[in-house]
Design a protein around this ligand. Structure first.
Ligand code: NCD
Length: 305
C-alpha cells in the first residue's frame, strides 16, 4: 500500500490483518523489536499533537527503527515560506515513510504526489484521521470482539471533529450498525458524509441533542472535544464548548458493557470522575494507538516478521 489518506483506503480484510498483527505485537513484543532496524520514519506535524505524534514515534522506536521530524510548522522551513510540496519532497529524500498532520484538508494528498515514499495522513484539518480510526477499531475489537451489530453514539463537535468522520466511514462497512449523532444544531455531523456513507447504503442513523435520551441504547459512546481551533469566532466556541459533559450519574442508565471512548485530548467533556468507571476506555484506547501504528508501519514498509 502506497499511502494512507483515508480509512477507506484499507479494505475490511486489511483492517482485520492489521488488528491481528497488533494483537500479536501486544502478545509478543520482543518478536518485533528489530523489525524496522535501519528504517527511518519522519513525523511532520504542522499542528499540535501529543498522542498521534508520540505514538507514531514510540511505534517506530519499538520496531527498532529511527525517527526524525518536527512538531510545529514554525520550526521548519515552512516558516520561511517553503511550500508543503517542497518540504515533503525533501523529507522524502531522507526518510522511508512519512506521517504528517496539517491544518488544511487535503494537504496529505498534495504531499503524496511529491513525496516519493509512503505518506500517512495523521489528521488533515476537519477532514480525516485514519490512524485514529485504526486505534478506535482496535479498541472496539478488543472490548467487543465484533464490528457488527453495534449502536454507536458520537457526541460533541461532529462538524469539525475529523476522528468521527473517519470512524463513521469505517464502521459503515459492517452490518447491523446504527449511528446516533449527539450534537448541538451548529455542530451537526456533515450532510455529505451522511449522504455518501449512510443514506446511499440504507444505514440506520438518528440525530439527537442530548446524550440522556439515548444512553441506554448505546454499545459505544464516542465523546469528542469542541474543536476550538476550527472556529471562526471565539464567542461561538465559548457558547458551545460545555454543551456535553459526561459525568458518573449520566452513565447510570447505560449498558454495563457499553464503552466510553474519546480520541483525547479532553477538555471538559468527560469528568475525571468517570475515569475510574470500568467502561472508560480512553486511556487504553491511547495505548492501542501505538500498537496499531506499529502494525501499520510494518504493512506500509512491507516488512514481514
Ligand atoms: C484528535 C485530533 O487531532 O483530531 N486527537 C488525536 O489525534 N488523538 C482529536 C482532537 O484533537 O480533538
Amino acid at each position: 500500500m502506497k499511502n494512507l489518506m483515508n480509512i477507506t483506503d484499507l479494505t475490511v480484510e486489511e483492517i482485520d490483518e492489521l488488528i491481528a498483527v497488533a494483537e500479536d505485537i501486544i502478545a509478543n513484543p520482543v518478536k518485533y523489536q528489530d523489525a524496522c532496524r535501519h528504517k527511518l520514519l519522519a513525523t511532520l506535524f504542522f499542528e499540535p499533537s501529543t498522542r498521534t505524534r508520540l505514538s507514531f514515534e514510540s511505534a517506530m522506536h519499538r520496531l527498532g527503527g529511527s525517527v526524525v521530524g518536527f512538531s510545529e510548522a514554525g520550526s521548519s522551513s515552512s516558516a520561511k515560506g517553503e511550500s508543503l510540496s517542497d518540504t515533503v519532497q525533501t523529507v522524502g529524500c531522507y526518510a522511508d515513510i512519512i506521517a504528517m498532520r496539517h491544518p488544511k484538508e487535503g494537504a496529505p494528498v498534495v504531499a503524496a504526489r511529491r513525496a516519493g515514499v509512503p505518506i500517512i495522513n495523521a489528521g488533515d484539518g476537519a477532514h480525516n484521521h485514519p490512524t485514529q480510526t485504526l486505534t478506535d477499531l482496535l479498541t472496539i475489537w478488543r472490548c467487543k470482539k465484533r464490528f457488527n451489530n453495534l449502536t454507536i453514539g458520537l457526541c460533541g463537535d461532529l462538524k469539525f471533529g475529523r476522528t468521527v468522520h473517519s470512524l463513521v466511514g469505517a464502521m459503515a462497512r459492517y452490518s447491523g450498525i446504527k449511528f446516533v449523532f449527539i450534537a448541538p444544531e451548529e455542530l451537526r455531523f456533515p450532510r455529505y458524509i451522511i449522504e455518501d456513507e449512510l443514506e446511499s447504503r440504507g444505514i440506520e442513523y438518528k440525530e439527537v441533542s442530548t446524550m440522556e435520551e439515548v444512553m441506554p441504547e448505546l454499545d459505544v459512546l464516542y465523546m469528542t472535544r469542541v474543536q476550538r481551533e476550527r472556529f471562526f469566532n471565539e464567542a461561538d466556541y465559548i457558547r458551545l464548548k460545555d454543551t456535553y459533559i459526561l459525568t458518573p450519574d449520566k452513565l447510570v442508565p447505560a449498558k454495563q458493557d457499553m464503552i466510553v471512548m474519546h480520541p483525547l485530548p479532553r477538555v471538559n467533556e468527560i469528568s475525571v470522575a468517570v475515569d475510574d468507571d470500568p467502561r472508560a476506555m480512553y486511556f487504553p484506547q491511547a495505548k492501542n494507538g501505538m500498537f496499531i501504528r506499529m502494525a501499520l508501519i510494518l504493512k506500509m514498509l512491507e516488512v514481514t516478521v
